[in-house]
Design a protein around this ligand. Structure first.
Ligand SMILES: NC(=O)C1=CN([C@@H]2O[C@H](COP(=O)(O)OP(=O)(O)OC[C@H]3O[C@@H](n4cnc5c(N)ncnc54)[C@H](O)[C@@H]3O)[C@@H](O)[C@H]2O)C=CC1
Ligand SMILES: O=C([O-])CC(=O)C(=O)O
Length: 274
């Protein structure tokens, strides 16, 4: 794509299902945005992937160095690394796009850093829907937010909540309710599976007051989230059924697309949504 001094420089922290898709969109060309670097755990694999799939290759830097080469850094790595990538970006007053949004709850210092230095944290809708309407309703009074999540049993593999309780959902033949509680409790037990519940909480009445049920359901092939909101301006009922991405079946295909849409909003002359 055309590079110029006025382009917004974008770096991507994490080169998995989400990072590769976002990088590909930037490599193909997004108006006034320029990819300057990526972070990857396996440099050799990442270089081979870029050589085979991209028009250009890009520098591969450690997470903590992305802030030096970008105005906007997109986090799409495991949640444990959020602070490593985000702190230098925010300390330089730059913009962080955060997809492991659940990890913001364990890292409140990041929001403080953004406040102190004029940085910004943008949280895309990710694998969820309706965050625009929930934020609008939250300007008035929201009475309740409830979400029911159904996932194919294999989509919950590796969740500490299951391992800690010795729960094995691999062979179930009927839906099983695994969790009933708040979004903030859920993210500690399902850190790679329920970022969406925290995003909903932050958009609305907070993760502590956002009620969530999680079901392992052998009858679904898509991660399915149904949200019900009651408020003094509107009642909302919304469902999303996410097609799993090929690279990581836990991650809905729409997730990187929501990041690309967020990047486009940075420079678009016409911006839709609250
Ligand atoms: N907000 C939302 O709606 C959603 C959020 N997510 C979250 O997004 C994040 C990324 O998801 P995916 O791309 O599907 O995961 P993934 O596992 O496919 O990719 C993560 C990549 O980060 C790399 N990585 C690990 N440690 C690293 C390090 N120290 N430096 C550089 N790279 C490193 C891994 O090698 C891997 O390639 C996860 O935290 C996931 O839970 C996923 C789906 C929806
Ligand atoms: O794809 C989904 O259903 C949601 C997800 O993984 C997450 O929130 O981390």
């Amino acid at each position: 794509m055309k590079c110029s001094e006025s382009n917004i420089k974008v770096a991507i922290g994490g080169f998995g299902a989400i990072g590769k898709r976002v990088a590909k969109a930037l490599d193909d060309g997004l108006a006034n945005l320029e990819l300057t670097a990526v972070s990857a755990q396996d440099r050799v694999k990442a270089e081979a992937y870029m050589a085979a799939n991209f028009a250009r290759t890009y520098p591969i830097l450690p997470l903590g160095e992305l802030a030096e080469v970008a105005d906007v850094v997109v986090e799409c790595c495991p949640a444990d690394y959020l602070a490593e990538v985000a702190a230098p970006v925010l300390a330089h007053g730059k913009t962080m796009i955060v997809i492991s949004v659940g990890a913001l709850l364990a890292n409140p210092q990041l929001t403080s850093l953004a406040e102190q230095h004029g940085g910004r944290i943008l949280v895309p809708s990710g694998a969820l829907l309706g965050l625009d309407a929930v934020q609008s309703a939250a300007v008035g009074a929201i009475h309740s937010v409830d979400m029911v999540t159904r996932k194919p049993p294999h989509g919950l593999n590796g969740a500490p909540y299951l391992a800690g309780r010795g729960i094995d959902v691999a062979g179930i033949s009927e839906p099983v309710k695994l969790f009933d509680g708040s979004a903030s409790e859920a993210i500690t037990g399902f850190p790679a599976n329920l970022n969406v519940a925290v995003a909903l909480g932050l958009a609305g009445i907070g993760p502590d007051r956002t009620h969530l049920e999680i079901w392992a359901d052998p009858g679904v092939v898509r991660n399915t989230h149904t949200i019900r909101v009651k408020s003094d301006s509107a009642d909302l009922t919304m469902t999303i059924e996410n097609i799993p991405s090929e690279d990581n079946p836990k991650t809905g295909k729409i997730t990187p697309l929501s990041i690309i849409a967020t990047l486009k909003r940075l420079t678009a002359p016409l911006v839709i949504g609250a």
